[in-house]
Design a protein around this ligand. Structure first.
Ligand code: PEP
Length: 254
């Protein structure tokens, strides 16, 4: 049994007041409900500590949207794994498509960051996903294989337990276009097969694979109902309790 996770990627949104209010609203939303779903929120760096405080002992985890692979030193503008753990972060999102395609991150960099995080016990949500032209050219499988191979290079099977994969087709992120439940499940099954071939059947079975790309209350239950979909990574709809709350609740029905 894989425990479902619903994760919110706030991207470069909210301010201190609205982020704190959102976090408190989510803490109230989950209060008193069964804890069969993991909930994670990933605010911008400057608000991590305040959001950690705002979610309190609600059971909601807090994660960052990026980190750097070096421990400390002359790396202007970067944030280390130690710094994130120092303020109570449990997770970091790595390889998000906006980091790959807007900020130019490659698999090699994502791999260094992944290894730096898991070495210290910081959980990684590792994002993979194809562009529209890659899907149209029937290259989805190939792209996913390359990103998995690159992102997980030199990661041991034991360390896979600190990693969650997020399948996020780039054409579905922030566009309102969602992969159909069948398309999502097919890609997730492909990723599981890759894990089985490159690690083991049990590693593939144990891996949580989240779907991301325009998840909203109206489509969450159907997407999460797919056998290989273990949760969701949510962007736009994670910014209000009215939208993210029902998606969390859909995770409980898994
Ligand atoms: C994301 O940022 O990871 C994402 C999936 O965004 P959205 O839900 O807005 O498509």
């Amino acid at each position: 049994m894989r425990r479902p996770m619903i994760a919110g990627n706030w991207k470069m949104n909210t301010d201190l007041a609205s982020g704190t209010e959102l976090a408190k609203g989510l803490a109230s939303h989950v209060a008193g409900k069964d804890s069969s779903v993991d909930v994670l929120v990933c605010p911008p760096f400057p608000y991590l500590q305040a959001i950690k405080e705002a979610v309190g002992d609600s059971g909601i985890s807090v994660g960052a949207q990026n980190c750097y692979f070096e421990e400390s030193g002359a790396f202007t503008g970067e944030v280390s794994v130690d710094m994130l753990q120092d303020i109570g972060c449990d997770w970091v999102i790595l390889g998000h498509s906006e980091r790959r395609h807007v900020l130019g991150e490659c698999d090699g960099t994502i791999n260094k960051k992944t290894k730096a995080a898991i070495e210290k016990g910081l959980g990684v949500v590792l994002c993979v996903g194809e562009l529209l032209e890659e899907r149209e050219a029937d290259k989805t499988g190939e792209v996913l294989d390359t990103q998995m191979k690159g992102g997980l290079a030199d990661v041991s099977e034991a360390d896979l337990s600190k990693i969650i994969i997020a399948y996020e087709p780039v054409w579905a992120i922030g566009t309102g276009k969602t992969a159909s439940p069948e398309q999502a499940d097919e890609a997730h099954a492909h990723l599981r097969k890759w894990l089985s071939s490159n690690y083991s059947e049990s590693a593939a079975e144990a891996m949580r694979i989240l779907y991301g790309g325009s998840v909203k209350p109206s489509n969450a239950e159907e997407l999460l109902g797919q056998p290989n979909v273990d949760g969701a990574l949510v962007g736009g709809a994670s910014l209000t309790v009215d939208n993210f709350g029902p998606i969390i609740d859909a995770g409980r029905t898994k």
